[in-house]
Design a binder for this molecule. Structure first.
Ligand code: PLP
Length: 439
């Protein structure tokens, strides 16, 4: 058995020695749909949603699990998480549009972002967006003006930057003092933001929000963020009678990309978050707010597997062997962006020992287009199907057309069936929005 815990639940291999995801033979699927192919396992997504719902319900009746849709913003996956009872957060007008297309009631959409444009805000307000998470003084004034014009009231949260450093890659930290996001605690900025928000006639400040980073393994960082947030709530309560009804403590739970990764469980995460809020709030004799969390990566990350076709194999004796695949940084930029680690295997040789070391590279014109350094796989040959697990979050979401690469097809696998949820782009799509000088 060469596949391991980094693959979706219900992964196995069949008598032909092919990798199977929930009854779908990956090699057959690829022969029908081509590569690169992004495969999501529906059961794994639903399972994560249910784990979150279950774990939080063990600690409180008043909570909301919000899917951070930027991890993979697609109509079908939004439909799925809606069915599982989650709300959704969006970080742009485009993600808002996709969530609406999936049928999300606007009231259950949270709108984030450090630079929402007036057009994006107007679009969301017109649709009746549930909550705007306000990121700056400038946005506070802009939003008040836009809502006033409509003669409405809008519920908002304020994004607070608690000034703590999570143990994660510095590019995916967002909660430290030097951040483009949110209101910092230094110089009384956050307190002043609460004061001003409460004074706005058309904005209803119902709570606070903080998201300290992503791919976090050590829950201690969340505990400290909650401590800091609740201290702020206490101060604003004492000074302005601020009543925090919603406390959104972000997403950030890490997932396993390689076997050695040891992320915390959803159960442990729920306990730290809910009990942390309860302890801190009750120490100040403040009522328990609704606890909101926004997982993205941990909902879809492990459900996704990308399949490629092996092409050129270049052996440099005594140095290394490069194995090229027909995708790379255009469908997964995380190794280059964050030094992200992955492992993989040959789906058509799932029963063979992983006894060969190769460096898996993409087909793009950049030396940094390396997907995995020193991967251990079965002996590769051109035409083999190479799969990389744990590509469900921030991969297709960040895909590009670099080198004129049509973006891959995406399928959703369930019980032996694979349904295309995003079609593969064609060469025609690549030029569809281009206008010739001859026109
Ligand atoms: C990205 C993001 C999330 C989701 O983070 P994950 O690490 O994918 O769980 C949640 N909230 C906000 C504001 C974000 O920007």
């Amino acid at each position: 058995m060469t596949h391991t815990l980094v693959y979706p639940i219900a992964t196995s291999h069949n008598a032909a020695g092919h990798l199977e995801i929930d009854g779908c033979d990956v090699v057959e699927l690829v022969s029908q749909l081509g590569t690169p192919l992004v495969m999501y396992h529906e059961g794994s997504i639903r399972d994560q949603c249910r784990r979150y719902m279950q774990a939080f319900s063990e600690h409180t009746d008043d909570f909301e699990i919000i899917y951070a849709s930027k991890a993979f913003s697609s109509v079908a996956v939004n439909e799925l998480v809606l069915e599982e009872g989650l709300s959704v957060d969006v970080s742009s007008g485009g993600e808002y549009h996709i969530a609406k297309a999936a049928g999300f009631p606007a009231k259950r959409i949270f709108f984030h972002g450090n630079n929402k444009t007036p057009d994006e805000l107007r679009y969301a307000l017109t649709g009746g967006v549930g909550f705007v998470v306000v990121d700056s003084f400038q946005e506070l004034d802009l939003l008040e003006e836009l809502v006033a014009v409509r003669g409405e009231q809008q519920r908002i949260l304020l994004r607070i930057t608690p000034g703590i450093e999570a143990h994660t890659h510095s590019y995916i930290q967002t909660g430290q003092v030097d951040s483009k996001f949110g209101f910092g605690l230094g110089d009384g900025v956050a307190v002043e933001a609460i004061r001003r928000a409460l004074a706005m006639r058309h904005l209803m400040l119902v709570g606070l929000h903080a998201h300290i980073g992503s791919q976090i393994f050590q829950l201690e960082a969340f505990r400290r963020a909650i401590e800091i947030l609740v201290r702020l709530i206490g101060e604003a309560n004492a000074r302005f009678d601020f009543n925090c009804r919603y406390l959104n403590i972000g997403g950030g739970l890490g997932i396993r990309y390689v076997d050695e990764d040891m992320p915390s469980s959803i159960g442990e995460y729920a306990a730290v978050k809910v009990e942390g809020v309860r302890n801190e709030m009750s120490a100040l004799h403040l009522p328990m707010p609704r606890v909101l969390i926004e997982p993205g990566r941990s909902i879809v990350g492990k459900a996704g597997v990308t399949a490629y076709t092996v092409g050129t194999i270049k052996e440099i004796p005594g140095v290394r062997t490069y194995m090229s695949v027909d995708g790379g940084m255009s469908d997964n930029i995380r190794p280059m962006l964050y030094d992200a680690q992955y492992q993989g295997m040959l789906a058509n040789k799932a029963d063979q020992p992983a006894d060969t070391t190769v460096t898996v590279v993409g087909k793009h014109c950049e030396s940094t287009d390396v997907l995995i350094k020193d991967a251990r796989i079965a002996k590769p040959e051109p035409g083999d199907v190479f799969v990389m697990p744990a590509t469900g979050a921030y991969c297709y979401a960040m895909a590009s057309n670099y080198n004129g690469s049509p973006r891959p097809a995406v399928v959703l696998i369930n019980g032996g069936r694979a349904r295309v949820i995003i079609e593969r782009e064609s060469y025609g799509d690549l030029v569809a929005k281009h206008r010739s000088m001859r026109d």
